[in-house]
Design a protein around this ligand. Sequence first.
Ligand code: MG
Length: 169
Amino acid sequence: MDYRIGQGFDVHALQEGLPMWLGGIRIDSPTGFVAHSDGDVAIHALCDALLGALALGDIGQHFPDSSDEFKGIDSKVLLARVMAMVREQGYELANADITIALQAPKIGARVPEMREALASVLAVPVSAVSVKATTTERLGFVGRGEGCEVWAIALLRRSCLWRPLDDNR
Ligand code: MG
């Protein structure tokens, strides 16, 4: 099989006084994400999309939030590890598309930096990484400013280093 596709979804609650990390960059915000890691909900969704494409489980299985090893960890480290797993299986990222739903602060102007940061960690061209930001028009928990939702999709293509996926993993 030459191509594999995966989707990822994640939600984190917002709390005042926490640092906000999103899409691999620090966002100036009075609120940040409640999490065991740095709470980068966009990276978590992207990790799940990459893992999902190869049926490698999910981020919680690989980096359990019960483990001290991952307490406060920079999610970019997790993303780099996931991308290494993808390459180990003989696949390369064709492209990823991420949609972030956040009411405030407005993050649209920071999207280019997020794409740069994510592409750098993934070691792919910036053109392979799309980030889109939306509000939910003040509807639902996102609209009330209680949290952030992110959807990600990733398409992988078989690389020249491909070997068959291990069905017993
Ligand atoms: Mg998460």
